[in-house]
Design a protein around this ligand. Structure first.
Ligand SMILES: *Cc1c(COP(=O)(O)O)cnc(C)c1O
Length: 405
C-alpha cells in the first residue's frame, strides 16, 4: 500500500466545516461488535453508527457482496437499470406490503421522495387544495429542507429562510389533537412507528390504529418513516408488522445498507403511479454497489434466527440496565424496543446523557444519546452475548465513575 498521510483529530477543526463535534477517538477498523482506534484501543460498539451497522463491522456476507460487485460494475445511471437493484427491489416487495420501490441514498432522500410523491398523488387525484402534511412534535425525518421542516423540532429548520408550507405538527400519542387537525385537505401524515431521535417514544395501540383509521377516512396517505425502526431493529423486519397497522408509503435506510449509504421508499402500485417518468430522480439512487450490499443484508436479517435473536438480546440489555440501576439509581425508566433501547436519566442526572456517553467511551464502550436525558444503545442485531456482557460491564464502570465523582 502507498504511504498515507498521518492525520489527527486536530485536523478536523482545520479542514472540516464545523457542523459536527466528533469525539477525540478516531476508529480505524472493526470486526463484529468490536472497534479499534488509531492507538489500538479496543471499544465495544453499542452505537452501531446510530442504528446503521445492523450486522456489525466487516460482516463476511457484506464484505463479499461489496467486493464481488466492485469487481463487476459499480455505477451506471438510471438511464439503464441494473441487476442488484432489481433483485433488492423484488426482495423488499416480497417481504412487505409494498408493490414498488424507489431507491435513494439516505433516509432524508427516501423521505423527501415520499413527501413529494404524496403531494403529487393528492394533486393528481383530488386537486391542489389537498396539500396539508401532518407530522409530530419531536419527530425526526432527516435534514433536507422539506424533511427537516416536516420534522418536529422547530429549531432544526430555523435560520434557512422561508420554509416549505402547509406542514402542521401535533403531539405524538395525542389522538384527540390529531383528530382535530386532520381533514379532507390533509394529503399525508408522516410518522415514525417509534420516535427514535425524539426520545424512544413508543406509540400507544389506540393512537397508531386511530391515526390509520383517520387517514383512511380522510383519504390521506399514511407514511411510516422506518429509517431507524426498520430492518430488524425492533425485532420484526419492519415495525409496522408488529403494530397491526399498514402504511401507504414506507421509507427505509440506515440498517438497510448495513453501513453502506442507501435509502428506499416503498409503496403500492396505485400510489406509485403519480411518480411518472421525469417527476423525481437521483444520480446514485439504485447504485449497484449499494443494492448488492442491501441484498446481502436482507438475506441475513430477514431470518427467524436474527429476528428472534433481537428479542433475546433486548432482554439481556434490559436486565443489565436493571442491575446497574439497582446499584446506582440513575435511571427513571427504560424505553424503546428490540435493539433500540434508551435509559432515561432520573431527576438527579437530568441533562447529562452526553456525560454518560463520554464516560462510556473512556471505558471502552461506544454508546449514543437521544436528546439530553437518554442514553441510547443500538448495537448490531447479531452482537454476541459475550460482547453484551462485556459492554454492560464497561457501561457500569462509566456509571460508577459519574455517580462517585
Ligand atoms: C436517521 C433518520 C433519518 C435521516 O436519515 P439520513 O440517512 O441521515 O438522511 C430520517 N428519519 C429517521 C426516523 C431517522 O432516524
Amino acid at each position: 500500500m502507498s504511504e498515507q498521510m498521518q492525520v489527527t483529530r486536530e485536523l478536523f477543526d482545520e479542514v472540516m466545516v464545523p457542523n459536527y463535534a466528533p469525539s477525540s477517538i478516531i476508529p480505524v477498523r472493526g470486526k463484529g461488535s468490536r472497534v479499534w482506534d488509531q492507538n489500538d484501543n479496543e471499544l465495544i460498539d453499542f452505537a452501531g453508527g446510530i442504528a446503521v451497522n445492523c450486522l456489525g463491522h466487516c460482516h463476511p456476507a457484506l464484505v463479499n457482496a461489496v467486493t464481488e460487485q466492485a469487481n463487476k460494475i459499480w455505477h451506471l445511471s438510471n438511464v439503464m437499470t441494473n441487476e442488484p437493484a432489481l433483485r433488492l427491489a423484488k426482495k423488499l416487495v416480497d417481504a412487505t406490503f409494498a408493490d414498488q420501490v424507489y431507491f435513494a441514498n439516505s433516509g432524508a432522500e427516501a423521505n423527501e421522495a415520499a413527501l413529494k410523491l404524496a403531494r403529487r398523488w393528492a394533486l393528481d387525484n383530488y386537486g391542489s387544495d389537498k396539500d396539508q402534511i401532518i407530522a409530530f412534535k419531536q419527530g425526526f425525518h432527516g435534514r433536507t429542507f422539506f424533511t427537516v421542516t416536516v420534522g418536529g423540532q422547530e429549531a432544526y429548520s430555523a435560520g434557512f429562510g422561508p420554509r416549505p408550507g402547509a406542514i402542521d405538527h401535533v403531539d405524538y400519542n395525542d389522538l384527540a389533537a390529531f383528530k382535530a387537525l386532520i381533514s379532507d385537505k390533509t394529503c399525508a401524515v408522516m410518522i415514525e412507528p417509534l420516535q427514535g431521535e425524539g426520545g424512544l417514544v413508543s406509540p400507544t395501540d389506540e393512537f397508531i390504529k386511530g391515526v390509520r383509521e383517520l387517514c383512511t377516512a380522510h383519504n390521506a396517505l399514511l407514511i411510516f418513516d422506518e429509517v431507524q425502526t426498520g430492518f430488524g431493529r425492533l425485532g420484526s423486519l419492519y415495525a409496522y408488522m408488529d403494530l397491526g397497522v399498514t402504511p401507504d408509503i414506507m421509507t427505509s435506510a440506515k440498517a438497510l445498507g448495513g453501513g453502506f449509504p442507501i435509502g428506499a421508499m416503498l409503496t403500492t402500485k396505485d400510489i406509485a403511479k403519480s411518480l411518472k417518468v421525469g417527476t423525481h430522480g437521483s444520480t446514485y439512487g439504485g447504485n449497484p454497489l449499494a443494492c448488492a450490499v442491501g441484498e446481502a443484508v436482507i438475506d441475513v436479517v430477514n431470518t427467524p434466527e436474527v429476528l428472534n435473536g433481537v428479542k433475546e438480546k433486548e432482554a439481556q440489555i434490559r436486565a443489565g440496565f436493571a442491575a446497574i440501576n439497582a446499584k446506582y439509581n440513575v435511571f427513571s425508566e427504560v424505553r424503546g424496543k428490540g435493539l433500540l433501547l434508551g435509559a432515561v436519566l432520573n431527576e438527579q442526572y437530568k441533562g447529562r446523557a452526553r456525560d454518560f456517553m463520554v464516560a462510556s467511551a473512556a471505558n471502552g464502550l461506544m454508546a449514543l444519546v437521544a436528546g439530553p436525558n437518554i442514553v441510547r444503545f443500538a448495537p448490531s442485531l447479531v452482537i454476541p452475548s459475550e460482547d453484551i456482557v462485556e459492554g454492560l460491564a464497561r457501561f457500569e464502570k462509566a456509571v460508577a465513575r459519574i455517580v462517585n465523582a
